[in-house]
Write a protein of this length. Sequence first.
Length: 317
Amino acid sequence: MIIITAMLKCGKPLAAAVAASAALLASACAPGPAGAPSTASGDAIVAVGAENEYANVIQQVGGKYVRVSAIESNPATDPHTYEASSSVAQEISSARLVIQNGVGYDTFMTTIENAAPNSSRKVIDVQKLLGLPDSTPNPHLWYQPTTMPAVANAVAADLAAIQPAHASYFQASAHTFIGSLAAWHQAIASFRAKYPGTPVAVTEPVADYMLQAAGTDIMTPFAFQADIMNGVDPPAQNVALERNLFAQHKVKVLLYNQQVTDTLTQSFISLAHQNGIPVVGVYETMPTPGYDYQSWMRTEVQDLQKAIASKTSTEKL
């Protein structure tokens, strides 16, 4: 069972919101005896995914032996903003297994974990799992096709360490999950073979890893993408360059962060439509209900292909 925790949107920067709640978290999350296991629903392992795509992988690998919560799950909010709460802190403090993205994307998780130390808690930091430096410019690691196989294997290993009697179940479930990603990988390979070097524009680097795997040519400068992602006004010359991609028909599709738009990004969407360029919305958190991680990723590729093959826009899942 996955329990979804509501997200509350707050002003940027994130660090300020977390820092303001530090005292609350420390008091709300005071753990029991060090190393004491936390379980619910009988012997189910309590687990938390900072983002719901990671929670979904825990659920698929752990099955009936886990009780999973997702902290960031609302597709109508900006995952880069977060309002800490005592209830969220309590969820994390009681977890035996936690997955967080790293790369500065969900630093509130580390703040809460430090406020509620637990020697028996296992934490999978995906950035560290993949061996990525802190300077990694794009934090949207779940769009990289090689990420979730590594995550699934790490989840299986940690769950097996917590419940050794079910180790073979966790390993088999991870194997099944990794095998189920083949359709997504095949869709990426098919697009790359059929539409090599397709020029695309983006507003943020949300799906860049997948676009790169699909062989597209991302025409939007990364500095512009990073500014939009971080809520910084991009320089006028970069705004003009982005507009020219549409006005001069230099790209075949615009992909934008469906969860975070403002007047500037909306102007790009309108300009793309005015110039007959299809628009595809991509997501930072897994759309629910109706999707698991695999079907979500396959749908993103299918929407990209529809945009190129038939100029069909898909702005919302």
